[in-house]
Design a protein around this ligand. Structure first.
Ligand SMILES: Cc1cc2nc3c(=O)[nH]c(=O)nc-3n(C[C@H](O)[C@H](O)[C@H](O)COP(=O)(O)OP(=O)(O)OC[C@H]3O[C@@H](n4cnc5c(N)ncnc54)[C@H](O)[C@@H]3O)c2cc1C
Ligand SMILES: NC(=O)c1ccc[n+]([C@@H]2O[C@H](COP(=O)([O-])OP(=O)(O)OC[C@H]3O[C@@H](n4cnc5c(N)ncnc54)[C@H](O)[C@@H]3O)[C@@H](O)[C@H]2O)c1
Length: 482
């Protein structure tokens, strides 16, 4: 591949996923010229193989379950989901894996796009190679480079696994033909969401978990509720189970597993590996810069390299779109302030402290996460154990959400739990978890309370409307003793 041209921009963003796009947009706001380099689809993993298609696959089952919980409507549901229609709606959400719409948005935001794979050849210097056209371009960043190259799935070194052509979340979210029997390896967020979606689509699902619970990052009670619900849904959930070998033949995939009942064989049509992700740094040429990863400070700058920033999954600091985009807004604003010609903005950024718009402080204290299973699980901040491990004196206060009037109106037999973790010394909430139908929508109040450090006796004056599910907030505060 020969070098065809040289391009110079003030700022170069590597990766046009949701996070890179956002960083680019903010960085351009003081008039800096910004180039986004993308080698696949503008919009990245979230738009085409992660958040959007997975939520499109999960939503129909959720709607059906909620309608079934309301007599008067429930009787009208006489059938099951139609997989073809569910997949067709999913295809709309991924724009049929066509990024025209996102490219138009980039253009409308005044951002330039270069297709191809970028790697560093020196400080502020990149080579971008486009395999499709066979062109290569030297790119100079006059001021800054923001890396937003995302993450990739980890395939464990289980004998025969890689050779068995397992699915990752990409194939699982882009499925065209629902397999009859599906095995999922890993009980993290991808594992439990995909187990739910594929049961809804009619597959027989086996979920293999090494430990004794799913969702190890969540409060144990929430993990237990999800585990029980998966079993109720008909998922064959196997705890304490290791996979020791995998093989594929014309009859499908065959796994050798060792669990509480000893060694056995599991046969399936497809196998999804959902065992975590790692930063996508392998082909960035970081070694040229003397780096083997992209650790960043709260301004999202790589220490020791005042021109180099990183945001999103590639930093290992965030693992969701919303939190990555938060970091992107911070990084974009820092770049715009440091390298733009607005002197007062530069001064503001120089003086910036925690909780200013130039520092990603929430990454340490208030990261929200929603898992779209049934029940949904939503949490923010510290779990009770994490708070204790951090040396805080805390009290966990919980309340069954189904006991509030709004929940009982919304569904017969509404089952869910709300829990807040209260720092006893400071009198504030440092973490919260909600489970249940639409629990995700209860989260923002908790996030606001944690970020604002609102004292409980002030929160007392935030009156939830009657009869809403949010009334659980009043019950939680009463349970603290107010
Ligand atoms: C199945 C699944 C479901 C998920 N659901 C949710 C959800 O509901 N909500 C949520 O908040 N998060 C969810 N996530 C997480 C979310 O997808 C990621 O946090 C998010 O996509 C990270 O965005 P990013 O821009 O950092 O990376 P990516 O979206 O991966 O974008 C990186 C981009 O960089 C490009 N790139 C990489 N290297 C180069 C290079 N050298 N040159 C040029 N381009 C390059 C890639 O092609 C890609 O387009 C989910 C993840 C998975 C796997
Ligand atoms: N709704 C959402 O926001 C959403 C949805 C899906 C994914 N995501 C993000 O995507 C990221 C990746 O998700 P994920 O589920 O792949 O990772 P994860 O880290 O959440 O879970 C991976 C699980 O696989 C297990 N595991 C590792 N090696 C294993 C092995 N050899 N055999 C069996 N189990 C093994 C781990 O113990 C862990 O429980 C997460 O960080 C998550 O935040 C977010």
């Amino acid at each position: 591949m020969s070098e065809d041209q040289t391009l110079s921009y003030d700022v170069v963003v590597i990766g046009g996923g949701a996070v890179g796009e956002n960083a680019a947009d903010r960085a351009a706001r003081t008039g800096l010229s910004v180039l986004v380099v993308e080698r696949e689809l503008v919009g990245g993993e979230c738009s085409y193989w992660a958040c959007m298609p997975s939520k499109a696959l999960l939503r129909p089952g959720s709607v059906l379950a909620q309608a079934r919980a309301v007599p008067g409507a429930a009787e009208l549901i006489t059938g099951t989901l139609d997989p073809a229609l569910v997949l067709a709606r999913r295809d709309e959400f991924t724009s049929h894996w066509d990024d025209h719409g996102q490219v138009e948005w980039l253009e409308s935001a005044g951002l330039a796009l270069l297709r191809g794979s970028a790697r560093f050849t020196g400080e502020k210097e990149l080579l971008v190679e486009d395999e499709e056209t066979g062109t290569s371009t030297r790119v100079i960043a006059r001021h800054a480079v923001i890396v937003a190259s995302g993450s990739e799935p980890v395939i464990p070194g289980i004998p025969g696994l890689a050779e068995s052509q397992p699915w990752t979340s990409r194939e699982a979210t882009a499925v065209e033909q629902v397999p009859g029997r599906l095995v999922i390896l890993g009980g993290g967020v991808v594992g439990v969401e995909m187990a739910t979606a594929y049961r809804d689509l009619g597959a027989e699902v086996t979920l293999i978990v090494r430990g004794d619970r799913v969702l190890t990052g969540a409060e144990p009670f929430a993990a237990e509720e999800v585990g029980t619900a998966l079993r109720d849904l008909g998922v064959d959930l196997r705890f304490g189970t290791e996979t020791t070998a995998v093989r594929r033949d014309s009859g499908g995939v065959h796994l050798t597993v060792t669990g509480p009942q000893g060694e056995s064989t599991l046969d399936a049509d497809e196998l999804v590996v959902a065992t975590g992700r790692r930063p996508r740094t392998a082909d960035l040429g970081l070694e040229v810069l003397g780096l083997d990863g992209l650790t960043v400070d709260d301004a999202l700058q790589v220490p020791g390299h005042d021109w180099l920033f990183a945001v999103g999954d590639v930093t290992g600091r965030t693992a969701t779109t919303h939190q990555g985009k938060y970091d992107a807004r911070v990084a974009g604003d820092v770049v715009a302030a440091r390298f733009g010609d607005d002197e007062s903005l530069r001064e503001q950024e120089r003086a910036a402290g925690d909780w200013s718009r130039f520092r990603a402080t929430a990454d340490h204290a208030a990261v929200p996460q929603v898992v779209f299973t049934r029940p949904e699980v939503a949490w923010v901040g510290l779990t009770e154990q994490q708070a204790r491990d951090a040396g805080r004196t805390v009290r966990a206060v919980s309340y069954p959400i189904g006991s509030v009037a709004g929940a009982s109106v919304s569904a017969d037999g509404y089952h869910g739990t709300a829990q807040i973790v209260v720092d006893e010394d400071a009198g504030v909430i440092v973490g919260a978890t909600f489970t249940g139908p639409d629990a995700a929508e209860l989260l923002q109040t908790a996030t606001t309370a944690v970020v604002a450090g609102t004292p409980l006796d002030r929160l007392w004056h935030a009156v939830p409307a009657y009869p809403t599910v949010s009334e659980v907030w009043l019950r939680l505060l009463e349970t603290t003793g107010l």
